[in-house]
Design a protein around this ligand. Structure first.
Ligand code: 1HN
Length: 352
């Protein structure tokens, strides 16, 4: 006779029924039993709804150009297609902590001045002749440029050029809304007065000198644009001297030049060159990471499955999922995540 056969169903049923009655009773007092949910709250490893996903630029471009016919930048305020993670439908986010979208600005359009608590970064995908103005600096946007719009920085965009211009927007908005600390406001003027010429903050703060007396405690970079034209040759230097990480390739971290910290307290970014023939070793970390391909094409194995990417494609690796990069030719990947926030809280981990 099996053990189960001697256990009477009655008492067990009574235990469950009496527990449920107890739960119903305490729920009226806004209390619930931790022991029923503890295993979901404290897991042996990070649990995530985020799904590895690739957004192919051919699709994104075709569809956002269509949005250009449906709504003007002015009406939309910001004409952005949200890259919504299929594991987080309706949540306007690509990872739990970060928003990502692709923005289009057509020739002759402007997106007028506003500011908000959410910090934003832009990574320029396609088109030339548009600018973004941030804190009085007007910055022309070119493919691969990495542009910072810090917490509460006034910003507006415009396209006096001839081509549609598209870029990746990443914001820490889900994090700001998690803390319920969102404020935002519009300015009366459509364009900021810009008394700082293009490239001013890069030359002023990232040239190995600083304006005398400048405090070095600022937790965000003073640089508005890290131009691809300045970054790309540095990757070439790393490659030439063999400074190639076995997991990440020849990789740089975008730094706050006044103290070496991350560009923003909530978001950090890297730029990596994956040499021809590179076979990345496996890596994982607790910061779910958004990648954008600036050059080349290849495959990234995420959690055992291949995801193919090419120029301007965007893909996301969830927290703690193992990944390996396999470029099919020399390639450059931009990446961004909430790593600085996790590190500030002492909860960031990496592994292989
Ligand atoms: C925003 O202000 C911009 O200024 C882009 O270009 C995307 C997504 C959510 C909230 C604000 C921009 C945004 C955003």
């Amino acid at each position: 006779m099996s053990v189960e056969a001697v256990v009477e169903p009655g008492p067990k049923h009574n235990v469950q029924a009496s527990r449920q009655a107890y739960y119903d009773k305490i729920s009226k007092y806004h209390m619930t039993p931790l022991w029923e949910v503890l295993k979901d709250l404290v897991t042996p490893e990070p649990k995530t709804q985020v799904q590895p996903t690739v957004w192919k630029f051919a699709d994104v471009k075709r569809l956002i150009l269509e949005a250009g016919e449906v709504i003007s930048a002015e009406e939309a305020e910001r004409r952005v297609l949200v890259l919504e993670n299929p594991g987080l439908p309706g949540k306007s986010r690509i990872t739990n902590a970060l928003f990502a979208g692709v923005q289009l600005i057509m020739p002759g359009e402007i997106a007028d001045v506003h500011r908000h608590v959410s910090s934003a970064i832009r990574f320029v995908l396609e088109g030339e002749g548009a600018y973004t103005a941030v804190e009085g600096e007007k910055s022309m946007m070119k493919h691969g440029d990495f542009i910072i719009t810090a917490n509460w920085a006034p910003h507006d965009h415009g396209n006096p050029g001839k081509q549609p211009v598209m870029w990746l927007d990443v914001l820490d908005m889900p994090t700001i809304n998690h803390f319920e600390t969102s404020f935002g406001e519009h300015f009366d003027e459509k364009m900021q007065k810009t008394n700082h010429e293009d490239g001013d903050s890069f030359e002023r703060f990232a040239s190995g000198v600083l304006p005398d007396g400048m405090p070095v405690t600022q937790n965000r970079t003073p640089v508005i644009n890290y131009p691809y034209a300045k970054m790309r040759p540095i990757l070439e230097r790393l490659k030439k001297t063999g400074d190639i990480d076995k997991r990440h390739g020849a990789r740089m971290r975008y730094a706050n030049p006044i103290n070496g910290g991350p560009v923003l307290p909530t978001m950090g970014a890297h730029l990596a060159l994956l040499p021809k023939g590179f076979k990345g070793e496996p890596y994982r970390s607790t910061d779910a990471t958004i990648f954008a391909c600036a050059e080349g094409h290849g495959t990234t194995i995420i959690d055992g499955k291949p995801y193919e990417w090419g120029v301007n494609d965007v893909f996301v690796v969830p927290s703690w999922k193992r990944y390996q990069h396999n470029p099919a030719e020399e390639s450059v990947l931009f990446s961004i995540s909430d790593r600085p926030a996790q590190q500030a809280l002492g909860i960031w981990r990496e592994g292989n």
